[in-house]
Design a binder for this molecule. Structure first.
Ligand SMILES: [Zn+2]
Length: 484
């Protein structure tokens, strides 16, 4: 009896160790597979077709399966001869590109040497189909919706958009056993009641209002339980579970209903990873891990009850949180927290963007968190001043003593119109016009530019949502050139 136990134990530990090795090695060797042509989130369809062309003479079957409203191609990349059909699509929302990047890394993985045993398993058991960038018209302008102004994820029933029709047709023609619905979510989501961002969130979508669990949905839950275990090794505590309320118009919900075990994977935020390159790597690891799990059926051993143990998504993160500030109003002092977010705007420069930071919330924010936090106890918040000399040349701008201006409480500089032309600036103060007026009312929605004093001395400044000390003015604030 004891001997049997020992053998069972050995077999179990060998198989689970082998599995973990796979993911760790994928993570370690990732650079070998990372598609070098994609370096940021705002790439467009032209790059997707260029990369598909690179793979066209390789091991994949690549076929055009549809066209967007503006005539951009939708392509299906297939590999494997197995019975189990797996369908993965990304970027149904045009500004959610993380998984598209990971898909091209995965194509490189299949086309490179190494991991022969795992590839043999995957390709003999599975037929894998990728549809990268389902909404290329939205991606062109980095917007959520398609050229019809429709959210494709609310078009699964009416099917007015050609992109939606293509998705449905491919799902039906494959009669896919498993589906991966790959999205991005707000970087401000956190794992419930923790300061950790929900870097990846999962959902086994419901197929009815009652949120029942049939075999199809149970498999999604088991796979998610396993993917969560994998991610805990690389981003501990940074996994969330998306709300499973039934949305009758959404693709995830309907595809689950149509009999495909559907996993929604949402890529959120990660500290210091605005371009989501680390999150792209996590997608690469976790998707390949899930494919292996499907091929080996290892997910079947997971308990559905563990799905509910994954923390829920919450939205309690700010880019910058200032705690316990002193603020004076009408002769009285108040203690306030401020939550500040740096919102993105498309820049004229190719794939570029700049920030306009604003106050999201103020008051008691003790239940919220910040990617960056400052305990500002003893510091008094003030509105900054405008430096009134008109600056007319880049040279004159460069000669300004920014540290000295910050120490004196200035955060704005009047500049000529010429200097304010162009999409963004890394000058560490705000450039304003000659007739710019300050509106000093502390309310959510206002721009995040402040001075923090201690005993009358400027300790910190907040410029375009970036915390800076006067002696070390922050140079990389991606500010609007024309602050107004
Ligand atoms: Zn989405």
């Amino acid at each position: 009896m004891q001997k049997l136990y020992l053998i069972a134990f050995l077999i179990f530990s060998v198989s689970s160790a082998w599995s973990q090795d796979f993911e760790e090695k994928l993570y370690e060797d990732y650079q070998e597979y990372k598609e070098p042509e994609i370096t940021n989130r705002r790439f467009k369809h032209a790059l997707v077709t260029q990369l598909l062309d690179k793979h066209r003479d390789g091991i994949f079957k690549i076929q055009q399966v549809g066209e967007s409203i503006e005539g951009r191609s939708l392509n299906l990349v297939s590999i494997g001869t197995g019975e189990t059909q797996v369908f993965l699509w990304s970027q149904m929302h045009g500004d959610e590109s993380t998984a598209t990047m990971a898909i091209f890394d995965i194509l490189n993985f299949f086309e490179s040497a190494g991991f022969e045993a795992e590839k043999e398993l995957l390709l003999s058991k599975l037929s894998i189909h990728f549809l990268p960038m389902l909404n290329p018209d939205g991606a062109e302008v980095f917007h959520r919706r398609n050229a019809l102004g429709v959210d494709i994820n609310r078009d699964a029933l009416r099917l007015q958009s050609p992109e939606s029709q293509t998705l449905k047709r491919i799902r039906d023609s494959l009669d896919a056993d498993f589906g991966f619905n790959l999205h991005d979510q707000s970087r401000y989501y956190n794992a419930e009641r923790t300061a950790k961002p929900a870097t990846i969130s999962f959902l086994a979508t419901a197929y009815n209002y009652e949120k029942e669990i049939n075999d199809v949905r149970a498999r999604s839950m088991q796979l998610i339980v396993q993917m969560n275990k994998v991610l805990q090794n690389f981003a501990p505590g940074q996994v969330g579970r998306y709300n499973d309320d039934f949305e009758p118009r959404a693709f995830g919900d309907n595809i689950q209903k149509w009999g495909t075990s559907l996993m929604l994977i949402e890529s959120g935020g990660f500290a210091g990873d605005r371009e989501k390159q680390e999150i792209r790597k996590l997608n690469f690891v976790v998707i390949l891990s899930a494919l292996k799990s499907i091929a080996s059926k290892s997910y079947e051993k997971e308990a559905i009850s563990d799905y509910e143990k994954i923390p829920e998504n919450d939205r309690m993160l700010f880019d910058l949180k200032l705690k316990n500030l002193n603020y004076e109003l009408e002769g009285n002092s108040y203690i306030l927290d401020l939550g500040i977010n740096r919102n993105e705007n498309a820049a004229e420069q190719e794939n570029g963007f700049y920030y306009t930071a604003s106050v999201e919330d103020q008051g008691d924010l003790s239940t919220s968190y910040g990617y960056e936090e400052l305990d500002a106890q003893g510091l008094t918040l003030e509105f900054p001043k405008i430096y009134t000399d008109l600056i007319e040349t880049e040279e004159a701008l460069g000669q300004l003593n920014v540290s000295e201006l910050l120490k004196q409480g200035y955060a704005y500089v009047r500049t000529s119109e010429e200097l304010r032309t162009g999409s963004f600036s890394n000058f560490p103060l705000n450039m304003v016009s000659e007739d710019f007026q300050l509106r000093n009312i502390l309310q959510p929605g206002i721009s995040a530019n402040f001075i923090l004093r201690e005993n009358g001395e400027v300790k910190f400044a907040i410029i375009n949502g970036f915390l800076t000390e006067p002696a070390h003015a922050e140079k990389n604030i991606l500010n609007s050139r024309n602050y107004n």
